[in-house]
Design a binder for this molecule. Structure first.
Ligand code: DLZ
Length: 508
């Protein structure tokens, strides 16, 4: 049998990953590398870098315990050459393997990089399918081919059939595929608020925190307190804790927002799934078991499972179907730079201040904060979608391009012109006021539509729809909205447009 150099990337930290399937500790070498290029291609949040490095180091230790020879480059090793490619070249030269083995990377940029490895090392490179997803990218391409519309719902139903999750005799449990009509309730302040499981940094994590604090001192975000899980065992604990304390109300309050309540009933496990500490199917099976044992209701469990085998898989399929052109999409031709307060949180808008502050402190915000606060605002002001994408990719610990890019560019910014979503996710202040308590302590008045002191979302909402009417006017889901505008008195329309334009000038 040929000897292998098995390359494990920072988001491939699963013992079941395909590159390790037939690995033989007595014959093969594993290599992992902390490199400046991966840590620096966008200005990642300090906590995100610490999370990835600490989980990588823990995974390397686990492999060593299994008897593997692990060649691990720490970021501050003297001979670390700073890129994945140059570290692979260096390792291949020292180890002289018969072949280099790697599971396909999650990101197009890295997949391109890999194409040069064979000639740069003069060694055969074998790339294996990533088995940690329910559908392979080729299966998704087959599903997508010939379809007029690529809506998630039908793909999701196929994934339910494929996995058998929440199915009885080919029928969905509860006789419906989707229970969202029972979800989306606003939260009240006096609700019991569970918190995600916290883990105390051990020696390995402390060493990483010192390294990141020193090497990335200028990066965005607070490094400490650091409480993320960094091993599969801890991540499993975080999942169990979520299922016990928050899953029952996950569905009901999925779209709610409360100032200072950073996690509500969300799982905060995407970061663990996305680097391989949790397996998607095993996660869903645990949630399904909670439903069958009566510990969690169907609306919550179905909504949770849909996020994982529906949305997450669908988004990955779109990424590989549409890259590399996808990242360049800009349907509205938006060019405005992202306001500085996306990094500083220094703004009078209470909702943005709250979301950016928690993003800075936690490297986390939940999906409705990302979609309807920072995403909504960026879309309304006409921010450059690529700048918005780079912000999301940088600031969230769970953000890896395959999942973040379609969510940001497609779902949130409608920059793909409606491939992913049937209409842009924009709202006035009214939606924010209904779903949160942000407006109660805001400098701006959400009830005031235009003029001094009015909530900017109100006029920006109409100005966005009007300035993009040529592109959106035929959208059937916006028909009512445009009819409301057309019925509005002309002087009121003028006030909205002028108010928004005055506000936008303040951003210039
Ligand atoms: C996100 C990340 C960071 C910050 N650092 C590393 C690293 O030093 N070494 C590594 O192998 N991977 C890292 N990653 C994850 C990679 O960027 C990831 O493999 C690609 O995004 C492909 O999905």
């Amino acid at each position: 049998m040929p000897s292998n150099l098995i390359v494990i990337l920072g988001d491939q930290l699963s013992h079941s990953v395909s590159s390790l399937h037939s690995a033989d500790p007595s014959r093969d070498h594993v290599m992992m590398a902390e490199v400046a290029d991966e840590a620096g291609y966008v200005p990642h949040h300090k906590k995100k870098i610490a999370f990835v490095f600490s989980a990588m180091r823990h995974f390397a230790e686990e492999l060593k315990e299994k008897g593997f020879k692990v060649r691990y480059s720490k970021l501050d090793d003297n001979n670390n050459t700073g890129s994945l490619t140059s570290e692979v070249v260096r390792a291949a030269k020292d180890i002289m393997p018969d072949q280099i083995l790697i599971t396909e990377p999650g990101e197009w940029r890295v997949a391109e990089m890999l194409k040069n490895w064979s000639c740069q090392t003069d060694t055969k490179v074998t790339i294996l399918t990533d088995n940690r997803f329910v559908a392979t990218s080729d299966e998704f391409k087959d599903w997508a081919s010939g379809r007029k519309s690529l809506r998630m719902e039908y793909f999701y139903r196929d994934m339910r059939r494929k996995t058998g999750l929440l199915m009885t005799n080919e029928q969905p449990v509860g006789d419906k595929w989707n229970f969202d009509s029972e979800n989306r309730k606003p939260a009240r302040n006096n609700l019991f608020m569970p918190q995600p499981a916290h883990f105390t940094p051990d020696g390995i994590t402390k060493e990483v925190l010192a390294l990141v604090g020193h090497s990335f001192s200028e990066n965005f975000g607070d490094l400490e307190p650091f409480w993320f899980a960094v091993t599969a065992k801890q991540a499993e604990g975080a999942l169990d804790h979520f299922i016990k304390t928050a899953l029952p109300d996950f569905g009901t309050y999925q779209d709610a927002m409360l100032e200072g309540e950073r996690f509500l009933y969300h799982a905060v496990i995407a970061l663990y799934l996305n680097i391989g500490l949790l397996e998607p199917l095993a996660v869903c099976e645990k949630a399904e078991a909670a439903y069958h044992s009566g510990a969690a209701p169907l609306n919550s469990v179905e909504g949770f499972i849909r996020q994982i085998i529906g949305w997450r898989e669908y988004i990955r399929g779109i990424y590989w179907l549409k890259m590399p052109e996808y990242v360049e999409q800009n349907f509205f031709g938006s060019t405005r730079p992202l306001p500085a307060f996306y990094w500083t949180a220094e703004t009078d808008l209470a909702c943005i201040r709250d979301v950016v502050t928690q993003t800075k402190e936690e490297a986390y915000a939940h999906h409705i904060q990302r979609l309807m606060i920072t995403g909504n605002y960026a879309l309304l002001i006409g921010a450059d979608p690529k700048a918005v994408h780079e912000w999301y990719l940088s600031v969230y610990a769970d953000a890896f391009e395959w999942v973040e890019l379609p969510n940001t560019l497609g779902m949130s910014q409608f920059a793909d012109g409606g491939l992913l979503g049937s209409k842009p996710y924009v709202s006035s202040g009214n939606y924010i006021s209904k779903m949160s308590n942000y407006c109660e302590n805001c400098h701006f008045d959400v009830k005031k539509k235009t003029g001094e002191g009015a909530c900017p979302f109100n006029s920006l909402y109409w100005q966005f729809l009007i300035r993009n009417r040529e592109k959106l006017g035929d959208n059937p889901r916006l028909g009512n909205v445009y009819r409301t505008w057309d019925r509005m008195a002309q002087d009121k329309q003028k006030e909205y447009i002028e108010s928004a334009e005055r506000y936008l000038e303040t951003l210039d």
